[in-house]
Design a protein around this ligand. Structure first.
Ligand code: ZN
Length: 249
């Protein structure tokens, strides 16, 4: 099997504005996320792209050669150009996998593909997060115990303004009592989408082995399968596969 061509996209803004974030992710969050995927999967070719590059690093040619795109964004969602969002949406419909992390719940591409508010409740108070596996047979939960914990994270709570997921893999519980659908799968066109909640920028979440494994599992799950259908137009098929009987007027 050919290696899965993965692009980890990072907004790459907090790392340069907040010394606390730079201390946790000195080479950028995208670099750490990419390293975690390489470490947990032998079948991948992982590169990174950032907001600041031409076309945010996502040219038509590069997206055409991408099997799975991993997305982390937060404070600069509005800086992502709509023409690039159009381009990513088209590729997902064709079959490219999309993994959206943490604050990416408000990314233009996520809201576009899901079509709902994607709003949630939140609190930044150094809380413990317990992520329960609610679908142990799912490939994204492979190698994960009944649950795992992150000692300090931002809280995200319900209601989460998403369409009902096609598959639910994780549910989070927080120290303060809230719960949240933290690992959700959807299909759009030929593409698979996975949303994974943890990853607030001031915490070392993407250094956590369980988190790294889940993202790598998700990449393998989301790789394109089968033949991509042409979704760009609606052909008028005047000649059917079987000849039509003459109809009486
Ligand atoms: Zn956050």
């Amino acid at each position: 099997m050919n290696p899965i061509r993965v692009v980890v996209w990072g907004e790459n803004v907090h790392e340069h504005k907040n010394p606390k974030v730079a201390a946790v992710y000195p080479d950028g969050m995208h670099t750490t996320i990419a390293a975690g995927i390489r470490e947990n999967s032998s079948a991948v070719e992982v590169t990174t792209a950032t907001l600041q590059e031409t076309d945010h690093g996502l040219t038509t040619e590069r997206l055409a050669a991408t099997d799975v795109l991993v997305w982390w964004g937060h404070m600069a969602h509005d800086k992502v150009e709509d023409r690039i969002v159009d381009r990513i949406q088209q590729r997902v419909l064709e079959g490219m996998g999309l993994i959206v992390l943490h604050s990416g719940h408000f990314a233009k591409i996520f809201k576009r593909l899901l079509g709902t508010s994607c709003a949630l409740t939140w609190r930044e108070a150094d809380e413990k997060e317990r992520l329960w596996v609610c679908n142990p047979g799912h490939p994204i939960a492979r190698g994960i115990d009944k649950y795992f914990e992150l000692p300090r994270e931002e809280m995200y709570g319900e209601p989460f303004g998403i369409p009902a997921p096609d598959e639910q893999v994780f549910i989070s519980w927080f120290e303060g009592g809230e719960v949240f659908r933290s690992g959700c799968c959807w299909h759009r066109g030929n593409g698979k989408i996975f949303y994974f909640r943890p990853g607030h920028e001031t915490y070392p979440t993407y250094h956590d082995n369980n988190v790294r494994r889940v993202i790598a599992n998700a990449v393998e799950w989301a790789r394109p399968q089968g033949q991509w259908a042409d979704v760009s137009h609606c052909p008028n098929v005047k000649t059917p596969p079987e000849p039509l009987a003459k109809k009486a007027d």
